[in-house]
Design a protein around this ligand. Structure first.
Ligand SMILES: [Zn+2]
Ligand SMILES: [Zn+2]
Length: 340
């Protein structure tokens, strides 16, 4: 099969012919329909180590159809349309038993611990795949596996956004733009912050009440002024830049909450006394739990969460390295999806 293989940081992925994976008794083989191009992959290209040593097939945001099933697989058929969650969970560690599978202590990330979906086919355990409702388009729905599910968990379970809450979202990239639309759908009054007016325009279209271009204006001053010095109930940092994290913390009201969704390659310094004195919570947010997918897919089916405007473009797998370049340059509006 054709695949885009990662060999080494700093080098482009190589499109090559590799063996099609063989299914074990409890696996399914999936013909990949599309895979979203995520910033996480850029981190590997910048040198963040992957769990499986290269050569590795990256790509963790995919949809497709089942083409082969292991001998023990029941209740699925060839041709079934499925979503592959970005993270596969063990089901029996402490956190899995507590219903916090997204922080499974033995989790395996697709395109990190195991080969991913920048390929014609991918093999995954059947217990992890999710059925895609008939009404949803197969290729576009791929982005639900990370770009939509990660923000959903961040907004619902970590941010705990309630109707009327003031919410600041720093960064309107693939993840941030969906934090905006899901926080707005949850009834939050959203301040969207980015350095790109095109992304802010999309944020507005998807439910942001206010937008701030942080290249032109200081978002901390701006939000303080707009909220009568109160600050927001909840802020989300969705880009992974330490200076932006400081801004996201600075706009939280006394007793408010900050959620870290962006992955930063370097450390971030915070004032401990400020956390203590203002009783501010800082929470991390990672992926989502399997139980979050059904309500989330219902929201997509009903158009409460929109996926079409989030698709920047569809490109053949051969253009994966150009897609990374555009992502790195900040020129992607939402998500590029590649079609193997
Ligand atoms: Zn991702
Ligand atoms: Zn587990």
């Amino acid at each position: 099969m054709k695949a885009a293989v990662f060999y080494e940081a700093g080098k482009p992925l190589k499109i090559e012919d590799v063996p099609t994976p063989e299914v074990g008794p409890e696996d399914v083989l999936i013909k990949v329909a599309a895979c979203g191009v995520c910033r996480t992959d850029l981190h590997y290209l910048h040198g963040t180590p992957t769990f499986k040593k290269p050569p590795l097939i990256l790509g963790h945001e995919a949809s497709g159809t089942i083409t082969e099933m292991g001998s023990a697989v029941e209740n699925w058929a060839k041709g079934d349309r499925v979503l592959i969650p970005a993270v596969l969970t063990c089901g029996y560690c402490d956190n899995c038993r507590l219903g916090r599978e997204n922080v499974c202590q033995r989790q395996e990330m697709v395109g990190n611990n195991i080969d991913g979906a920048y390929a014609e086919y991918i093999r995954v355990p059947v217990k992890d795949v999710l059925r895609i409702p008939d009404s949803l388009p197969l290729e576009e729905t791929s982005i639900v596996a990370d770009a939509i599910s990660t923000p959903y968990h961040a907004v619902k379970n970590r941010g705990e956004v309630r109707p009327g809450d003031l919410v600041a979202v720093f960064g309107c990239g693939g993840v941030g733009i969906n934090v905006v639309q899901i926080a707005a759908a949850a009834g939050g009054i959203v301040y969207a912050i980015d350095i790109d007016d095109t992304k802010l325009k999309l944020a507005k279209k998807l439910g942001a009440t206010f937008t701030i271009n942080s290249k032109d204006e200081n978002p901390v001053k701006q939000i303080r002024a707009m909220t009568n010095k109160r600050g927001v109930d909840i802020s989300f940092e969705a880009i992974g830049i330490p200076d932006v994290m400081s801004q996201a913390l600075a706009v939280v009201k006394w007793g408010g909450r900050m959620v870290v969704v962006g992955y930063a390659e370097s450390d971030w310094t915070v004032s401990a006394s400020r956390i203590m004195y203002r009783e501010v919570e800082i929470r991390g947010s990672l992926g989502c739990r399997p139980v979050d997918y059904p309500p989330l897919l219902r929201m997509v089916e009903q158009g409460i969460i929109q996926i079409e405007p989030i698709i920047d473009s569809k490109r053949p797998l051969e253009e994966i390295n150009e897609a990374f370049k555009l992502l790195e340059e900040g020129k992607v509006l939402g998500r590029i999806i590649v079609i193997p």
